[in-house]
Design a protein around this ligand. Sequence first.
Ligand code: ZN
Length: 378
Amino acid sequence: MQSLKVGMASLFVESHKAMSVQSPERPRRSSVSTLHSPLPSPQASEKGEGAGEEDEGKNQHTLLGHPTGTTLRNPPLYGGLEAGGTKFVCAVGTGPDDLRAVARFPTTTPQETIHRALDFFREQRDRLGGALCAIGIASFGPVDLNPASPTFGYITSTPKPGWQNVDLAGEIRRGLNLPVGFDTDVNGAALAEGLWGAARGLDTFIYLTVGTGIGGGGMVSGRLIHGLLHPEMGHIRIPHNWQADPFEGCCPYHGDCLEGLACGPAIAARWGAPPEDLPPDHPAWALEAHYLALALANFICTLSPQRIILGGGVMKQLHLFPRIRAEVTQLLNGYIQAPPILDEEQRQAYIIPPALGAQAGVLGAIALARQAAEPSAG
Ligand code: ZN
């Protein structure tokens, strides 16, 4: 089974190389997540949430720099697809300083949305003379990341109407005949931050997004965390003082899990106003910092991250960061004897915002494509 997969992966790339002007580096199957999804079978798990929170304009399609005709000397190019619950972002390039084209469009039906993505990549492949060597997909979830599973590459039990059991990676792979790297949006964003952003040089870190939902991904010892399914850090259970906070929580699965208590919609429902309308001295923020600090203390104790990146719409409230840092140190109570927890100055660099901003999602997808084409690049 394994060797067959490797063979097929090479085959796809070989067929692509035949029509590309310049061959990419010798591709191998990604150890993380790649192609080949046989037959569907439903699989239950929890709801996941997107890494990106920015509201992008509809139907934008931008071509950036790099006039056509220069592809002969170009390095291999990668396609990135950030599949979000509200929008898809597609890009072609090699990294943050080299995005050749970007397209954004709303997430409608699977058929329509996937076809638009395929059209974009086909158009770019034609424009660039066939230089695309792999596609990466950073998807909302839950998704099936187990290469041995019959539903590998599927979006599985999402509450998003019409998107349950959709073979996203398979459709893209078959439509373009290219290797496909596939992971959660938050693992993708973590990978991008590790390669180019706030976690460069580290091998164990997490990326948590706090927005319409709460999702977390990351790396342990240089590998994206997968395991049984993939992490669902937003759905951990944290202490909930019902006297101090009688809000029952808004997670459809657990009520007052972390996401149920601390995502953007929870803040809006509890206080009767959207988070962006609440001033920094509003009591909402002390409570929010408390819940996030409880969660981070748990992640620090379980994963021992060298850094924690907090992104998403709610974390645009930068005044949350010092509150969270201080409370994490307080909660750990001197037990974790590490300077980033104990030292006031080092703390500033331990729990931090993302460095890649609004592009983290699609750059994550590009990073997954690099892994799919050449595992050592990731
Ligand atoms: Zn939950």
